[in-house]
Structures are given as structure tokens and as C-alpha cells.
Design a protein around this ligand. Structure first.
Ligand SMILES: N[C@@H](CCC(=O)N[C@@H](CS)C(=O)NCC(=O)O)C(=O)O
Length: 222
């Protein structure tokens, strides 16, 4: 994978068009590829990989703006899952998985169905900064749902997103599980990993579900 000696204070130079024409391979190993997960791929990659790193991408913010009528919702009640929004000030934490040799084609074949066919995501090359070596960024492939895909729902107040998440479930489980597993991951990343959008939705869920976030008053009612 291309190693860039970018300063921590300035984003690395964008890859040339030729470089970003196709998912780049690890320079050290032509048969290796890094895949960046920032939603369900964080806790359920479900493909074989050789290495994984916790870290972040710059220039993107995570948003619950993609509708899902299969994994966490239905045609009548689409759930909400995450995508990446281009945001110059943004930073999104997730997990990068290295796939090598025959793992590459297997992973891409699987993710094409899970993410593209069933989820409406496109692929995009991003620069990933490992938490333990942010001065050694890696090129990685990310699956991003753009506003042009039919399932895109776009922005909504976090309270409305929380209400929708509480009401939906699909073939992979309840939409609330999706939210809470992502929140759990962000807790594990430590205090430097912040996601205000995610936190606001979790807070809104807590307000709507007193049993979820017991307070002295709520407990006094039981
Ligand atoms: N592409 C993002 C989001 C992927 C995502 O959450 N996709 C959903 C909807 S297509 C999915 O695979 N869900 C499986 C699940 O909810 O367990 C990632 O890198 O994690």
C-alpha cells in the first residue's frame, strides 16, 4: 500500500487520476488491498482478511443518511445506516482490513453484493491513518452511498433519525443494534475519537427510551 510521509497537520496530496483509477494495491505486495469500514463493517466484516487496523480518514464525516430496506429495514419501513459525507473539516474513525492474494477477489465479490447490490454503495479510494501510526497513511477502498443512489435519504434532525432507527428492523437485525454497535466501537477508540452526529442520535434514543437510560425518576415509577 502506498506509504505517504504526509505531515499530520496537512492532509496528504490527493492521488493523481491514474492512481485513483482503480483500487490501489499495497506497493509492498501487489496482491494486497486495504478496505476501510466505518459502519457495519466495523463489527461484522464477514470476509477473510490478513490484518486490521483501527484509525481514521480525514475529509469525511459519517452520517446516518442512507436508507436500508434489507439489512436494517424493509420496503415499507426503511432503516437508516451510515455513509460518508465529504467535509473538509471532517474525520471518521473506523477499521481498515488488509486482504491479500485470493482474499482480495473473495472480499470484493462479497462486498459487491452486500454493499453495492443490496445497499446502494459505490467504491471510493480514501487515505487511512492508522491510530498507532498516523504518520504512515495507507490507501484504502471505502464503500460510500452517494446522493445519486435510490436508497439515499439525506439529512434529517437527529431526533427524527433516532425515531426511525427505533422503529425499524431487517434481515440482519434491529436498526438500534446497528446504532449501538457503532457507538460501542467509538467508545473503544478512546476520547480522541469524536462523532457528534452519532452521539446526538444515541442521546435522542436515550430520551425516548427511559428504560434504555434509567434515571432515578424513571426507576421511581416502576
Ligand atoms: N460502507 C459502510 C456501511 C456499510 C453498512 O453498514 N452497510 C449496511 C447496509 S448495506 C450493512 O452491510 N449492514 C449489515 C448489517 O447491518 O449487519 C461501512 O464501511 O461499514
Amino acid at each position: 500500500m502506498k506509504q505517504e510521509s504526509a505531515s499530520l497537520n496537512t492532509p496528504p496530496p490527493s492521488p493523481s487520476p491514474a492512481q485513483s483509477a482503480h483500487p490501489s494495491r499495497d506497493d509492498g505486495d501487489p496482491q494486497a488491498l486495504w478496505i476501510f469500514g466505518y459502519g457495519s463493517l466495523v463489527w461484522r466484516p464477514d470476509f477473510a482478511y490478513s490484518d486490521s487496523r483501527v484509525g481514521f480518514v480525514r475529509g469525511y464525516s459519517r452520517r446516518f443518511w442512507q436508507g436500508d430496506t434489507f439489512h436494517r429495514g424493509s420496503d415499507k419501513m426503511p432503516g437508516r445506516v451510515v455513509t460518508l459525507l465529504e467535509d473538509h473539516e471532517g474525520c471518521t474513525w473506523g477499521v481498515a482490513y488488509q486482504v491479500r492474494d485470493e482474499q482480495v477477489s473473495e472480499a470484493l465479490k462479497y462486498l459487491n453484493v452486500r454493499e453495492a447490490v443490496l445497499g446502494g454503495y459505490d467504491t471510493k479510494e480514501v487515505t487511512f491513518y492508522p491510530q498507532d501510526a498516523p504518520d504512515q497513511p495507507l490507501k484504502a477502498l471505502a464503500y460510500v452511498a452517494t446522493p445519486q443512489n435510490p436508497g439515499y435519504l439525506g439529512p434529517a434532525p437527529e431526533e427524527a433519525i433516532a425515531t426511525q432507527i427505533l422503529a425499524c428492523r431487517g434481515f440482519s437485525g434491529h436498526n438500534l443494534e446497528y446504532l449501538l454497535r457503532l457507538a460501542d466501537f467509538m467508545q473503544l477508540c478512546g476520547p480522541q475519537a469524536q462523532d457528534e452526529h452519532l452521539a446526538a442520535i444515541v442521546d435522542a434514543v436515550g430520551t425516548m427510551l427511559p428504560c434504555f437510560c434509567p434515571t432515578e425518576r424513571a426507576l421511581a415509577l416502576v
